[in-house]
Design a binder for this molecule. Structure first.
Ligand code: NAI
Length: 292
């Protein structure tokens, strides 16, 4: 049977989540997505009206099918965690069962199991502020939405992830990180650099725990700059793309598909011995010591 993937963090056709969904679909996987509750309406409407049809085209000419879109807010683990003002918020009240544990429960009810879990989401309300000017609240919000959201997703989905047989694990989990976790990238503020450092460290620890418990592999892709919705909100994305073009070993703009294809590789048996790894998909920019 083909594999089934749940991709958290798809709300348009411009980000890495969409590209990963396409690469997995092209490789034969069934696609489920988790969409941030406030973005759900417009995403589903656009999907239905065919606004994404051009970007749904797969290499064989067919269109990517998304079997089901789940509303998701990855900063809440269960209904008890949701404050009153969110519960009654107009954009949230129209949907239900969007906390992490409830989404995992719904996917279990609908499909029984998944093989691939993708975390392609981040949020740092103070991302435009330098770390020295970041508030405790902003810092913790960045960690909650961008790092713990992954721990929580894996924790709740792991019991329904297929462990596979013999030596080859079938279950695999992937997140997206950024080199600002390990090198200074001025402008990536608000504790987002800290959040990515936590995500990468957690990738190693979770690889051990999920590997021992369920033979599930856990890796993260350190991606180069892409003009996604989230990246445009940071404000320095064009500069980062230009910097990469000028300085990376490969002088070409990074395409989201290149990250998607790496995710498909990591989720495949071709990567059966790869776990706990940070894989760079950045035209090699991470290997440079100085700008040229
Ligand atoms: P994107 O805007 O396509 O994806 C971010 C998604 O996160 C959006 O769909 C947004 O609705 C969702 N989201 C935010 N808060 C959420 C919450 N509480 N619950 C559920 N969903 C929530 O942007 P992009 O850039 O493709 O981001 C995907 C991942 O790639 C992120 O982890 C990002 O940090 C990472 N990345 C992006 C780079 C870039 O240059 N765009 C570079 C390296 C990593």
């Amino acid at each position: 049977r083909g594999k089934r993937a749940f991709i958290a963090g798809v709300a348009d056709d411009n980000g890495y989540g969409w590209a990963i969904a396409k690469s997995l679909a092209a490789a034969g996987a069934e696609i489920l997505v988790g969409t941030w509750v406030p973005a759900l309406n417009i995403f589903e409407t656009s999907l239905r009206r065919g606004k994404f049809d051009e970007s749904r085209v797969l290499p064989d000419g067919s269109l990517m099918e998304i079997t089901k879109v789940y509303p998701l807010d990855a900063v809440f683990d269960s209904l008890e965690d949701v404050p009153e003002d969110i519960k009654t918020n107009k954009r949230y009240a129209g949907s239900s069962k969007w906390t992490v544990s409830e989404v995992a429960e719904s996917v279990k009810e609908d499909f029984g199991s998944i093989d691939i879990l993708v975390h392609s989401l981040a949020n740092g309300p103070e991302v435009t502020k330098p770390l020295l000017e970041t508030t405790r609240r902003g810092y913790l919000a960045a960690i909650s939405a961008s790092s713990y959201s992954y721990v929580s997703l894996l924790k709740h989905f792991l019991p329904i992830m297929n462990p596979g047989m013999y030596l080859v694990s079938r279950g695999s989990s992937i997140s997206l990180t950024y080199i600002a976790s390990e090198r200074i990238i001025p402008g990536y503020g608000g504790g987002m650099s800290s959040a990515k450092a936590a995500l990468e460290s957690d990738t190693r620890v979770l690889a051990f725990e999920a590997g021992r418990k369920q033979k599930v592999r856990v890796n993260t892709v350190s991606a180069g700059p892409l003009r996604s919705r989230a990246a445009k909100a940071i404000g320095f994305i064009d500069m980062m793309i230009d910097y990469s073009l000028a300085n990376a070993p490969l002088q070409k703009e990074l395409s989201a598909d290149e990250v998607g294809n790496t995710a498909a590789f990591l989720a495949s048996p071709l990567a059966s011995a790869i776990t706990g790894a940070v894989i760079y998909v950045d035209n090699g920019l991470n290997a440079m010591g100085v700008g040229v």
